[in-house]
Structures are given as structure tokens and as C-alpha cells.
Design a protein around this ligand. Structure first.
Ligand SMILES: NC(=O)c1ccc[n+]([C@@H]2O[C@H](COP(=O)([O-])OP(=O)(O)OC[C@H]3O[C@@H](n4cnc5c(N)ncnc54)[C@H](O)[C@@H]3O)[C@@H](O)[C@H]2O)c1
Length: 460
């Protein structure tokens, strides 16, 4: 029988954490849930990872660490598995009744119409309705729009017949995850966490758990929806600001101004926060979070958050701009884009990670698919047979060799060393399109390369 933590006083809660007498379930052990579960297990609390992905679960139980691009957690993984503090299962029915606290780290993507899709959370909510006993605490780490937890999710757990009562049979809280892929360990150790709950007495228990595991600042929010609004605000702030510099980049290209020179000087002013132009804004968070806010606001007033709509429009236009730069560079070279070979370097949505979810590269590839060109793709972080319907090359040189043009889409650190001599010596004097700002236009031009860069107005 799980412990009903809401009936304990603060010191009893502390004791159960220190004595490692609590069992924690983490539902969804992907990019965010697995590192979270590993940290909880590493603090000494027995932790069960629950996931529908059978391959992932059997990989974990065979001691094979799955998150190769978050290598910092590998050692913790080996320790907690060998100490039997962490195990994984697909059997939610058996696992949930054993857990005192259950974290939900389930995906919250959006559908083809950019409508947030909360199916995974709602499915689990309905399962919890039949599995929760004795006042267990459920903490939502997933990113959701304000109001979702206290309305749709709460209803799904209580059930249509109200067979469970929130605050009595279970307790619901949020602690939105804010870690950044590629830097999850660093973020776990330094970023403050936000805690909101439906019934106030639970917040201190949730805070005690996170303080015990992560030792970071805990910020108490008045309720769940405010905590979820903070999480969305930080990400949507970035989407809007990137859209602003992307639009400046489009203007500066025409005005003959270098965007990076402008940002570099502007950031000397104390209240300017630098953001940089690029081929679009992807990943599982920023675009989805903007659409989550838009979904919230359209239920209230279609005219609210126009700035977010506009930011999405601009950021979603940028892949087309990349293709336009390519077409422009081909016309300067007096060669035809038709039948040419284009090398694409970097397909993940941001530097130095493996993730290609909602990556701008996908839209660039879709646009190039309509142009009768051959694509040669390489990404040192995404080593697979194919991506977006195209073969992946084994090395930068395999991609570049015999290509008429190179587009650097993602600014992986490996591409900073890109040998411009190789490009300038390749067939037909190569064309180079830089979406990352990492290539010095003067260096490229001085080698006879036909260069275009997003926001590089002084070289057009
Ligand atoms: N990845 C990020 O950068 C990041 C950062 C902060 C917050 N978040 C948020 O965290 C949440 C999780 O994101 P993620 O990137 O870890 O997703 P992910 O896709 O990497 O992992 C989700 C896991 O949930 C599992 N799953 C799906 N449906 C399930 C079900 N019905 N029952 C059990 N398991 C199920 C999947 O198999 C997968 O292993 C999302 O809300 C996301 O917005 C993500």
C-alpha cells in the first residue's frame, strides 16, 4: 500500500525521503523522463520507469544506456541499475499501485494542424483512474497550456463517474521541466523549478522531493496554471525574439547590413538580449509551446497573441528563404540548379544534438525535393541509414565531394572546422549557403566561393 504523504507532517516527509522509504514512478522515460528518473534513483529512492516503448524498456533492463547524446547520465545509469535502485517496465497496471509519487513525463506534441495533442497524458489519466489508491501524488512534468491540468487532466483521473476525488484519493501537482537537450545535467543542477498544485498542502511535499533530488531553488506558484504559464512564457519569448532577428536578417540582406555585426554591438547595451537568425525554429519545445499559447488564447479571443502568430509565420518562412538564397547563388554562378547536387550539413534542429523533431531541415528538404536536385546529407549527431526519405552520407567529405553547393543548416561544432579550401577546390567553384553565422563571409569570398548567409547583407 503506498504511503499517503498528505497525512504526514513535514519532518515525517523528510524522514521518508532520507530513509529512502518512498517509491517513485516515472511514466514516460524519454529525453526528459529518463534523466529525471536516473537522478531520483541516484538520490537513493527506488524508482520505476514506465514506458510503452518495449525496445526502450528491454534496452534499459539489459543495462544498455539509451540516451547516447546525453553521455553524462551513463555512469549514473550503470550505478542505479547495478544497485537495483532503477528498473523499467511496460506494465503500468503492476507498477503504479507500488508507487508513492508518480511523475508524468509524457510527450505533448501537436498534430498536422498545429493543434496541441495531449492524448498520451489523457490516456494515462484514464489509466490512473483505475490504478491510484491511498492518496498518491501525481506530478506533471510535461509542458502543457495553462488550465489543462486542472481541467482536462484532472477530469480524466477523477473519471466521468467521479470514482476518484482529487485531494482525497490522489493529489495533482505540476513541476514543468525546463532542461535543455544536450545540457540536461547542467540544467538539472542549476535551473530553479516551479511547483504548483491543486491542493496547497501538496506543494511542500513536491518541493521536498525535488530539493532532495536536485538541490535547486524551488519557486512556489499559486497554482498549476501559473507554473505552466511561466514555462511557456520563457520559450515563447525566444520564439518571438528569434522571429524578430529573422525578419531583421531579411531586411538587412537587402540593406547591405551584416546582422551579426549589429547584434554584436547591440548586446553591449545592458538591456539587450542577443538572439540570432537561422533557418527556422524547431525541436519538441519552442514551436509547440507557441501553438499551445495560441490554442489557449483562441478559446478566449482570436485577436490575442497576434505577435505569437506572426512569429510563427516568420520562423516557418525561413526554410523558403534558405532555398531562395540557394537559387540566387546559382544565378550568380551562371549554373543551373536543375540536376545539381546539393550537400546539406546538419539536420538536427539545433547544434550538437541528435534530435530532428520539427527541424527546419525537413522543410528545406521538402522544398528541395520539388527542384530536381540530388541531395547528399551528413550530420555527425544523426548517424542513421536515412533521414526524411534520403540516404545519409558517412562523412563531411562524402557529402561535399562532387557537390555543386553546400548548405550548412545546423551549427554543429564539427562544422566550425569546415575546410573552405576543400570547397573552393571542388568542382565548379562551390556555392556555400550558411544558415549558422559561423562562416566568415570574407574568408569564403576570398577563396572564390559563391557565398550567401542568412542576414549577411554586406556580401550580396
Ligand atoms: N525534449 C525537450 O527538450 C524538453 C524539454 C523540456 C520539457 N519537455 C517536455 O517534456 C515532455 C516529454 O518530452 P520528451 O522530449 O522527454 O519526450 P520523448 O518523446 O523523448 O519521451 C516521451 C516518452 O514517453 C513514452 N510514452 C508515450 N506515450 C506513452 C504512454 N501512453 N505510456 C507510457 N509511456 C508513453 C514514449 O515512448 C517516450 O519514451 C513533453 O511535454 C515536452 O514538451 C521536453
Amino acid at each position: 500500500m503506498p504511503t499517503n504523504l498528505s497525512l504526514l507532517d513535514d519532518s515525517q516527509v523528510q524522514d521518508s525521503l532520507k530513509n529512502n522509504s518512498l517509491k517513485i514512478g516515472v511514466v514516460g522515460i524519454g529525453r526528459i523522463g529518463l534523466p529525471t528518473a536516473l537522478c531520483i534513483a541516484n538520490s537513493g529512492l527506488e524508482t520505476i520507469g514506465i514506458d510503452i516503448d518495449e525496445n526502450l524498456v528491454s534496452m534499459i533492463n539489459s543495462k544498455d544506456y539509451p540516451l547516447k547524446d546525453e553521455p553524462e547520465f551513463d555512469k549514473i545509469f550503470k550505478n542505479v541499475i547495478s544497485q537495483k535502485k532503477f528498473s523499467a517496465t511496460t506494465d503500468i497496471v503492476k507498477a503504479i499501485p507500488k508507487c508513492d509519487i508518480i511523475l508524468l513525463s509524457l510527450p505533448t506534441p501537436m498534430n498536422d494542424q498545429n493543434i496541441p495533442d495531449y492524448t498520451a497524458l489523457l490516456d494515462i489519466g484514464r489509466s490512473l483512474n483505475t490504478l491510484l489508491t491511498n492518496g498518491q501524488i501525481v506530478i506533471v512534468e510535461s509542458t502543457v497550456e495553462p488550465g489543462f491540468v486542472e481541467n482536462e487532466l484532472l477530469n480524466s483521473i477523477e473519471g466521468s463517474e467521479k470514482s476518484l476525488e482529487s485531494g482525497v484519493d490522489f493529489h495533482l501537482a505540476v513541476c514543468p521541466e525546463t532542461a535543455n537537450p544536450g545540457e540536461i545535467m547542467k540544467d538539472f543542477q542549476k535551473l530553479p523549478r516551479l511547483v504548483g498544485s491543486i491542493d496547497a498542502k501538496i506543494s511542500s511535499i513536491v518541493s521536498a522531493l525535488y530539493t532532495h533530488v536536485f538541490s535547486v531553488e524551488l519557486i512556489q506558484m499559486p497554482n498549476c496554471k501559473t507554473a505552466n504559464a511561466v514555462k511557456l512564457t520563457t520559450n515563447v519569448f525566444r520564439d518571438i525574439n528569434i522571429a524578430f532577428v529573422n525578419e531583421l536578417a531579411l531586411l538587412f540582406e537587402k540593406l547591405g547590413i551584416d546582422t551579426y555585426t549589429v547584434i554584436d554591438a547591440a548586446k553591449k547595451k545592458y538591456n539587450f538580449q542577443p538572439h540570432f537568425p537561422g533557418p527556422g525554429v524547431g525541436g519538441p519545445c519552442l514551436p509547440v509551446n507557441s501553438y499551445q499559447y495560441l490554442n489557449s488564447s483562441k478559446k478566449i479571443d482570436q485577436n490575442l497573441l497576434k505577435i505569437v502568430q506572426e512569429a510563427r509565420r516568420i520562423n516557418e518562412y525561413m526554410p523558403q528563404h534558405v532555398v531562395d538564397l540557394l537559387i540566387d547563388a546559382f544565378s550568380e554562378s551562371n549554373r543551373k540548379l536543375d540536376n545539381s547536387t546539393i550537400a546539406l550539413l546538419g539536420i538536427s534542429y539545433k547544434p550538437n544534438v541528435h534530435d530532428v523533431q520539427i527541424a527546419p531541415s525537413e522543410d528545406i528538404i521538402k522544398l528541395l525535393n520539388t527542384k530536381n536536385v540530388k541531395l547528399k546529407i551528413f550530420d555527425p549527431y544523426f548517424m542513421s541509414e536515412t533521414v526524411f526519405g534520403h540516404k545519409i552520407e558517412n562523412s563531411i567529405s562524402d557529402a561535399i565531394i562532387d557537390s555543386d553547393a553546400v548548405i550548412i543548416i545546423t551549427g554543429h561544432k564539427e562544422f566550425e572546422e569546415l575546410n573552405l579550401e576543400t570547397l573552393s577546390n571542388s568542382k565548379n567553384k562551390s556555392i556555400l549557403i550558411d544558415c549558422t553565422g559561423k562562416i566568415n563571409p570574407k574568408d569564403a569570398k576570398s577563396r572564390g566561393i559563391i557565398f550567401r548567409g542568412i542576414g549577411r547583407g554586406d556580401y550580396i
